[in-house]
Design a protein around this ligand. Structure first.
Ligand code: SAM
Length: 179
């Protein structure tokens, strides 16, 4: 990302370096999700999208130079390192995923990819998934010590669009890694 020069009061320029973030999109399928990822990449951020399912929008994104990794986040190679932001819209609320151990593993696969200070932002229509994730944040000592959770219920107009949710309810969970 190019540094911008702004004049100081004494007339000499100082270079402003915009903050470059590493951003991971998990489970993206839709053209608008890829358009957002591409916008961030064009602003100079380091962006990757991971999904075992490759949609036409994913192929178009890759053709346009975007980094799409056809894999589960659990299998994302470690060389990708940690991310400042992980965005995930509407993970499947599998009945199985609502069991405590599976939800804990689901959360761990995302939380362990966060850099200190980083955020995992997940939207879901499922109150059961949102509650199961909040339970993990509350009951796991390591998660409680190292992460802060902000939990909100939103109107669907304020949440990302998707053809998947059959309900109108929307939850946003934002985990921030503190240490
Ligand atoms: C319900 S769809 C949501 C798609 C899209 N984000 C949306 O909002 O319409 C869930 C997506 O998550 C992907 N997915 C499932 N398990 C995943 C995993 N372990 N890592 C990354 N993506 C996963 C699926 O392939 C699917 O594309």
């Amino acid at each position: 990302m190019a540094a911008k020069a702004i004049p100081r009061l004494d007339g000499r320029p100082i270079a402003l370096r915009p903050c470059r973030r590493k951003v991971l999109f998990v489970g993206s399928e839709r053209p608008d999700e890829f358009a957002y990822a591409m916008r961030l990449a064009c602003q100079g951020h380091i962006v990757a999208v991971v999904n075992p399912r490759e949609t036409a929008a994913a192929r178009a994104y890759r053709t346009d130079g975007g980094r799409f990794i056809q894999a589960r986040i659990e299998d994302l190679p470690l060389r990708f390192g940690q991310f400042h932001v992980i965005c995930e819209n509407y993970p499947y609320p599998y009945p199985l995923a609502l069991g405590y151990d599976v939800t804990r593993a689901f959360a761990a696969a995302r939380l362990e990819r966060l850099a200190i200070g980083g955020h995992w932002v997940v939207f879901s229509e499922s109150g059961r998934l949102a509650t199961a994730l909040a339970d993990v944040a509350r009951h796991e000592a390591g998660v409680r010590r190292r992460f802060r959770l902000q939990f909100s219920e939103l109107s669907s107009a304020l949440a990302p669009r998707s053809a998947y949710p059959l309900k109108k309810t929307r939850y946003r969970l934002m985990f921030q890694r503190l240490r």
